[in-house]
Ligand binder design. Structure first.
Ligand code: SF4
Length: 484
């Protein structure tokens, strides 16, 4: 059951990250460490989670729907023995996606033995590959694009597991940060563009892979480096590490949205601290879209570092004008239209004493559909704000993502349909300012061309195939994304 907060808004996440992955090899408590690490990656997916361990002979797995803490306890973790384990968190929504069969890591047996796989990303040619495999007799057990990789691996004519895997991955296009495990080998691999993050670290001698460094921090590990785009790291014979670069080189295209919204602010992603990026975006936002106001407030939690940056650069006071409830689950109810109309759907509550009579700059990290922004503006006005100036620490989102992020269709994106002026009128703000694409890139490390910004620019490094659909509509059975 949900809890409704009188006077508050229930705010669902704007965009959903596809998944988070974790692997530990060479530690007698591998599955426990993966379990802890998955807690740190929980923001990347709340639909389901799983862990697969191996003791060198046998694989054992447990997967479930819901949050990591609800799925795993001593009863589920104790049987996951062995010094090697991989884990996965999957994002939350309704319908087919909530099927247990789609919760990873998947474990299969093929001609060469057992293999388990955890995937973050989305393959743009999975629908075609799946059709071709089915025509050749493959029988799929899930509706996930990840299973395509397993079928390609199983049907490969190559000899060794590694050669089969390379052969399979040479056929797929799109975004993948993968951790795979056989009874004796663990492999971490990123697609040649490196859309989604994946890092490598250590706990003692044990090798750890994770989507974000925050998972390493939680288990007392040390960060070594990114798994490079196009790199395949093989861990075998205990903790012996071998690096291969078996794919044609492509230009790096790291997902800029990790630094805007997805990753935890305490993570280092693509080699730079996420918190610093967000703070700097806020400073740049003040330079490009200043406002004559009394107070800066964030839309918590993801807008907070940018709001602090805006306040720092402007010299304006910063206060928490909105309080987010952390006790409303992300998987609770599909509110009835009546509840939506009451605008009581979510979990932001205004702090009247902080905002009453004040001219506010409200800093948020992005606008997707605009519906939540409109509710927030209304909420602040009802709580007594004199003026509400909305500042967004990213450019307008004009295009869908095909690389593992659950965005609405282009037509549903407000910036695709409306100009900034029209959007401002729609959300009911006194003014609206975005960070420009150029200003955003100026604040990021590395050349602009090394970042994927397709959801802002519409320029896709890997063009989606004709029948490629966004993740939420194709291989996962269709479900409506959240409001804004
Ligand atoms: S399209 Fe946007 S969300 Fe998707 S990978 Fe590129 S930057 Fe990230």
């Amino acid at each position: 059951m949900s809890r409704l907060h009188p006077g508050g808004l229930v705010v669902e996440p704007k965009l959903r990250e596809e998944c988070g992955v974790m692997g530990v090899k060479g530690h007698f408590e591998a599955s426990n460490l993966v379990y802890l690490g998955l807690h740190a990656l929980q923001h990347r997916g709340q639909e389901g989670a799983g862990i697969v361990s191996t003791d060198g002979e046998q694989m054992r797995s447990h997967r479930g729907l819901g949050l990591v803490g609800d799925i795993f306890g001593p009863t589920q973790l104790t049987p996951l023995t062995g010094d090697s384990a991989i884990g996965h968190v999957r994002y939350s929504t309704s319908g087919e996606r909530s099927a247990l069969r789609n919760v990873q890591p998947f474990v299969v047996r093929y001609g060469g033995g057992q293999v388990s796989i955890a995937h973050n990303g989305n393959l743009v040619n999975a629908a075609r590959l799946r059709r071709e495999l089915e025509q050749r007799g493959s029988i799929f057990g899930t509706s996930s694009d990840t299973e395509v990789i397993l079928h390609l691996l199983a049907t490969s004519q190559q000899g060794t597991f590694i050669n089969r895997l390379v052969d399979a991955l040479l056929q797929v296009e799109g975004a993948y940060s993968l951790i795979l495990q056989t009874e004796t080998v663990m492999v971490a691999v990123r697609d040649p563009h490196g859309f989604r993050p994946l890092v490598m670290g250590r706990v003692g001698d044990a090798v750890v892979f994770a989507s974000e460094t925050t998972a390493l921090d939680l288990i007392g590990g040390t960060y070594e480096r990114e798994v490079q785009p196009g790199e395949m790291i093989i861990v075998e014979n205990g903790t012996q590490v071998l690096s291969l670069s078996p794919f044609p080189r492509r230009e790096r295209k790291a997902c800029v949205f990790e630094h805007i919204y997805f990753a935890r602010p305490n993570s280092v992603v693509f080699g730079s601290p996420v918190y610093d990026s967000r703070f700097n975006f806020g400073q740049a936002l003040h330079r490009t879209a200043p406002a004559d106001v009394d107070l800066v407030i964030p839309v918590p939690d993801s807008g907070t570092p940018a709001a602090l940056g805006f306040a720092f650069a402007s010299g304006l006071p910063f206060k928490q004008g909105l309080i987010r409830s952390h006790y409303v689950g992300r998987t609770f109810i599909e509110p009835s239209q009546q509840i939506r109309d009451f605008g009581v759907k979510l979990k932001l509550s205004p702090v009247r004493s902080a905002i009453e009579g004040k001219r506010l700059v409200v800093v948020d990290d992005s606008i997707v559909r605009g519906t939540t922004s409109r509710k927030i503006v209304r909420l602040l006005r009802e709580a007594g704000a004199k003026e509400v100036h909305l500042r967004i620490s990213s450019p307008p989102i004009r295009a869908s993502c095909f690389y593992g992020v659950d965005t609405p269709t282009r037509e549903e994106l407000i910036a695709h349909r409306l100009t900034p002026e029209e959007t401002c009128a729609f959300v009911g703000a006194d003014s609206l300012g975005y960070l420009s694409l150029e200003a955003m890139h100026n604040e990021l490390k590395g050349k602009a061309s090394t970042w994927c910004d397709a959801c802002f620019s519409g320029e896709y490094a890997v063009p989606p195939e004709n029948d490629a659909e966004r993740p939420q509509l194709d291989l996962f059975g269709g479900a409506s994304p959240d409001e804004d």
